[in-house]
Design a protein around this ligand. Structure first.
Ligand code: ZN
Length: 368
């Protein structure tokens, strides 16, 4: 049987360098017009009964080489159940073995969330009678889908996947949107109106990018000055925020290196006050008390006074609207304080964290 390697599908990414017997050498393909790469997702055919070795050779030049030590590739034979497969990293090479019982196997950086799944999600939520709009279009002509749920005076914005390779971010959205359309959301929706953009970067998602859109632009560096030519995805969302105002926001991401869920805030914005920041820290404390899948020990360094990057959405939204503005980061590795040896951090756990985040917001919304 000839071994076949294929990534020509929704969200796929890999380049074959060579196949020699049972050893497959690969490279991850950089985002269009960009140097960023880390996301991969491909299919192997003809795997049955063979002892295969896969090597991704260009790990050292990836966007976050510190993401590879302690990381394990996700593998699936049915595209439903994605399990970690033991993975080694040395000298820039990401290596794993596979002995297949079936002809086909898929490998990915993380449990994928494709544009097809995005459309299934959008259809499911819209069918429940939720208000939907296409806020704008991407450079490839795809829709920026938006939902508005509830009618309360506090304006809540949830948006995800500015970085398309961070597929856990849209799994989080799946949990969040299902909860928001359940009876459990009643108290939150009485106090707040929730605006949701489940995927900020459809072009990068479909193209199998890590971090950028169709023209190689990192959308989370565009929030100070988005343009129709470079970043229509951000422009249409920010314009709608200007109409609604924002009291609380979560921008959902994945982090390559840190093995835990954590949040990052808006320290260093020009209008920073301790009182404003205290609400952000209180949200993190309550979330850590609410679920073992969150913690506040590990995370990013805070910006010093006056040094916030206002091109990033969390800072821009905090400064522009005075919002309690949150970047949520979920791991590609695992949440080490509450690990899962079989799956690592996963789509299902991301969805559950989406619910936890909203349960805590529901408790806190009156204080924000
Ligand atoms: Zn990100």
């Amino acid at each position: 049987m000839t071994l076949t390697i294929n990534a020509a599908f929704d969200g796929g990414n890999i380049r074959v360098v060579r196949v020699e017997g049972d050893r497959v050498d690969l490279e991850i393909v950089a985002d269009t017009d960009s140097d960023f790469y880390q996301w991969f997702y491909f299919r192997v055919g003809g795997a049955k009964g063979r002892d295969l070795t896969f090597r991704i050779l260009n790990g050292a030049g990836s966007a976050f080489p510190q993401g590879w030590p302690g990381y394990h590739v996700r593998a699936s034979t049915d595209r439903q159940d994605w399990r970690m497969t033991p993975t080694a990293y040395a000298d820039g090479v990401i290596e794993w073995q596979w002995r297949g019982d079936s002809d086909l196997v898929w490998f990915a950086y993380f449990e994928p969330y494709t544009m097809e799944r995005h459309h299934d999600l959008v259809a499911r939520i819209a069918a429940r009678g939720v208000h939907h709009e296409e806020l704008g279009q991407t450079l490839d002509g795809q829709a920026i889908d938006y939902f508005r749920i509830g009618s309360g005076p506090r304006q809540v914005w949830l948006y995800a996947r500015q970085h398309p390779g961070e597929s856990m971010a849209e799994w989080w959205m799946e949990g969040a949107l299902d909860w928001l359309t359940s009876s459990a959301a009643g108290p939150l929706l009485a106090k707040g109106t929730v605006h949701v953009v489940p995927n900020m970067n459809p072009d990068g998602t479909r193209r199998g990018h890590l971090r950028t859109n169709a023209v190689g632009v990192n959308l989370n560096r565009e929030w100070h000055a988005p343009t129709p030519e470079r970043s229509p995805e951000v422009l249409c969302v920010r314009n709608r925020m200007d109409q609604t105002g924002v009291d609380f926001a979560i921008d959902v991401h994945g982090d390559e290196a840190i093995p835990a869920n954590f949040i990052a805030g808006f320290e260093g914005i020009p209008s920073w006050t301790e009182e404003h920041g205290a609400k952000f820290y209180e949200y993190g404390r309550r979330l850590a008390g609410h679920t073992p899948d969150f913690q506040t020990q590990m995370g990013y360094e805070k910006a010093s006074a006056g040094n916030a990057n206002l091109a990033m959405s969390t800072n821009q939204v905090a400064e522009r609207f005075g919002a309690v503005s949150v970047t949520l980061e979920m791991p590609f590795k695992d949440h080490d304080p509450n690990p899962d040896a079989l799956h690592g951090w996963s789509g299902e756990r991301s969805a559950k964290l989406g619910v936890s985040c909203l349960e805590v917001l529901s408790e806190m919304i009156g204080e924000i």
